[in-house]
Design a protein around this ligand. Structure first.
Ligand SMILES: [Zn+2]
Ligand SMILES: [Zn+2]
Length: 193
């Protein structure tokens, strides 16, 4: 199996799945807006929409996010991958995407209790207002073990690409798809012996 000349890139935080503009959005996340913007300008902007492929390679409770495309500027092209835990949003996307999605980049911002709005949701499932600002941000619900409010906000960048080539597959069938196979071969199988 020959190696793709397009480098594999996984230096991002994860992937969010959001409804926005009446369509599901697949949103690779970055902590820094400038970094995301630059990456878009240098690589993703040059992708040829009909050639963009997104693959989800499932393995138990985890999946590999795999994304690549032909580019009008092959020299700066990148293919993306990230091994992630399945989530409710992921399952919702899997059921609801209908064969099409927008690709956007997103900026992931952690919020402290003082930055969050009163009704912002903590990762424990209770809103900001249910946390005690005077006592190390603990959750006030007796049954809750949350000791510190933590929440996040995702900002979607405006630029987008339309993706129509989306495939979910099981890891045991990964050889059936050239992009997914190349990804796992380069980033997993060739590294373990
Ligand atoms: Zn909490
Ligand atoms: Zn709580």
């Amino acid at each position: 199996m020959s190696q793709s000349p397009v480098p594999w890139f996984d230096d991002f935080l994860g992937v969010a799945y959001r409804y926005y503009d009446l369509r599901m959005n697949v949103v690779p996340l970055f902590s820094d807006r400038k970094e995301a913007t630059n990456l878009w300008i240098e690589s993703l902007h040059w992708w040829v929409d009909p050639s963009i492929k997104i693959r989800f390679v499932e393995s138990g409770d985890e999946y590999w996010f795999v994304m690549g495309s032909e580019s009008q500027k092959p020299d700066s092209n990148l293919s993306f991958f990230k091994k992630l835990a399945k989530s409710d949003n992921y399952e919702r996307f899997k059921k609801g995407h209908g064969g099409e999605a927008y690709l956007r980049l997103g900026v992931y911002l952690k919020q402290t209790l003082s930055e969050a709005k009163k009704n912002a949701m903590c990762n424990c499932g209770h809103i900001a207002d249910d946390h005690d600002e005077g006592d190390d941000d603990v959750c006030l619900y007796n049954t809750c073990e949350c000791k510190k409010f933590s929440s996040f906000q995702i900002t979607l960048l405006k630029k987008k690409k339309t993706v129509t080539n989306i495939l979910f597959l099981d890891e045991k069938d990964v050889k059936e798809d050239p992009l997914a196979w190349n990804c796992l071969y380069v980033n997993k199988y060739s590294k373990t012996d």
